[in-house]
Write a protein that binds this ligand. Structure first.
Ligand code: FCB
Length: 470
């Protein structure tokens, strides 16, 4: 395929999240979050890595703004650390926390970069966790209060708001399987946390609308699930995986319901959806202005009783991993040996992104979509020439950008694309073991080195599309 241009005004961006880059966890009056607690608990993260120092972004704000200007970014997606704004998750704002983000949004505006702000990228104030965390309904109300504070403080300068980033990770991995902070597990806590996150989302939409005229949306991590065979059990397993990752979050936002098939399964497993009170689904489905989609890979799904058949069909059946989040429902992800994989083990299949964007248009929303995260985990290193050569990342992003363009050609209203990530950072329970950045970070010193992909992406932005062949 030859070079490809995007619609005028297409928003080229890069993304980060507070806990993954800021460091300075005790500075400026910041309170502890569940990720501080979790990462400091032995055995929870690889090598015991924490975000205590991370990329030192809190101290290097000006340098990072220059980095973004140098990249030519049109938009920068970042998250606000709730415990910087409300150290204990309630009550009056901590001015030093708001001041930091004011410097950031003003610095972006000066450079012509649209601030795309996420309110919740998983760093719940620990004090709220101590009061029940997302399994407590009051946390949804606290979240709306926090949204109002941020909306009022920064609303004049923010270009777009995202309430939650990936409620599946925050709710299902955090409270269902325990792979993420706060590390609680069980069907009951998983579903309660999920519902209170979605309720919090709806309440925050209302709070932001009252305070700011910028568009408001939510970011979901979505995936395409392919059944391992056309056997009825594998088809069912793929539908369950789709329910847990996709429909559990899309339906309350766009259809004011939770997926019936999943509700039944949860009940059969001894859980419930009793957290849902009358009227709640009207709140979760408050109209939004855009949907953000985070996409990395696709997955083949088999019923757990059909592992032998999956193996015979050539799939790799690995031991159940921490992220095998559907294990409670007898659903297994199986691997394709022939596909390229990221350093996280995720399979690379860009067509899945086109499919998801088209499906969203067909089944959920005609409203604008943004790819709010997409990027490649690798084990990059700095070569003897001092540079970081990452052709694999360039190829990955190139193919996914083309996948976005194919969706646009099919009439889907995709308005922007954000690379994960602007810089290497703390990858949650994987610590510093993998790198996603366009910029290499030398963790001991904090030095930043733009990688080859950085220079390549700058050209993509400047040309509003890709040049040359895929
Ligand atoms: C997403 C998260 C983001 C980052 C990428 C790799 O699930 O939103 O913070 O960890 O994965």
């Amino acid at each position: 395929m030859a070079g490809s241009r995007f619609p005028d005004g297409f928003l080229w961006g890069a993304a980060t999240a507070a806990y993954q880059i800021e460091g300075a966890v005790t500075e400026g009056g910041r309170g502890p979050s569940i990720w501080d607690t979790f990462s400091h608990t032995p055995g929870r993260t690889l090598n015991g890595d924490t975000g205590d120092v991370a990329c030192r972004h809190y101290d290097k704000l000006d340098e990072d703004l220059e980095l973004m200007a140098d990249l030519g970014l049109r938009a920068y997606r970042f998250s606000i650390a709730w415990p910087r704004v409300q150290p204990e998750g309630k009550g009056p704002a901590n001015q030093a926390g708001l001041d930091f983000y004011r410097r950031l949004v003003d610095g972006l505006a000066e450079r012509g970069i649209v601030p795309a702000v996420t309110l919740y990228h998983w760093d719940l104030p620990q004090a709220l966790e101590d009061a029940g965390g997302w399994t407590a309904r009051t946390t949804s109300e606290r979240f709306a209060e926090y949204a109002a504070i941020v909306g009022e403080a920064l609303g004049d300068a923010v270009g777009m708001w995202t309430t939650l980033n990936e409620p599946w990770c925050a709710g299902w991995l955090g409270y269902g399987t325990g792979a993420h902070a706060p590390g609680r597990s069980g069907l009951a806590s998983g579903t309660a946390a999920t519902h209170h996150l979605m309720l919090g989302h709806g309440l925050a939409v209302e709070a932001l609308r009252a305070a700011s005229s910028a568009p408001v949306g939510i970011t979901l991590n979505l995936n395409r699930f392919i059944p391992a065979s056309d056997h009825e059990l594998d088809l069912r397993a793929a539908r369950i995986a789709d329910a847990v990752l996709n429909r559990l979050y899309l339906d309350p936002v766009f259809k004011a319901s939770y997926p019936e098939d999943l509700v039944e399964l949860v009940r059969a497993g001894g859980g419930d959806f009793d957290a849902v009170q009358p009227g709640d689904l009207d709140v979760t489905s408050r109209p939004i202005d855009f949907l953000g989609v985070n996409f990395y890979s696709t997955a083949v799904i088999a019923d757990v009783s059909r592992e032998a058949e999956a193996r015979q069909a050539g799939y790799v059946v690995a031991p159940v991993g921490a992220r095998d989040a559907n294990a409670p429902f007898g659903v297994r992800q199986v691997g394709r040996a022939d596909l390229e994989r990221l350093a996280t083990g995720w399979e690379v299949e860009p067509e899945g992104l086109t499919d998801i964007l088209v499906r969203l248009r067909d089944e959920y929303t005609r409203g604008p979509l943004y790819v709010t995260e997409n990027g490649a985990a690798q084990h990059d290193y700095r070569g003897p020439d001092g540079a970081v050569h990452d052709p694999g990342r360039i190829s990955y992003i190139d193919r996914h950008v083309r996948a976005v363009l194919r969706a646009i050609e099919r009439g889907v209203d995709v308005r922007g694309y954000f690379v994960w990530s602007l810089m290497d950072n703390y990858e949650w329970s994987l610590g510093y073991s993998v790198r996603f950045g366009l910029t290499w970070v030398d963790y001991p010193t904090g030095e930043r080195v733009p990688k080859d992909s950085f220079h390549w992406y700058r050209q993509v932005i400047a040309a509003n599309g890709l040049t040359g062949d895929a």
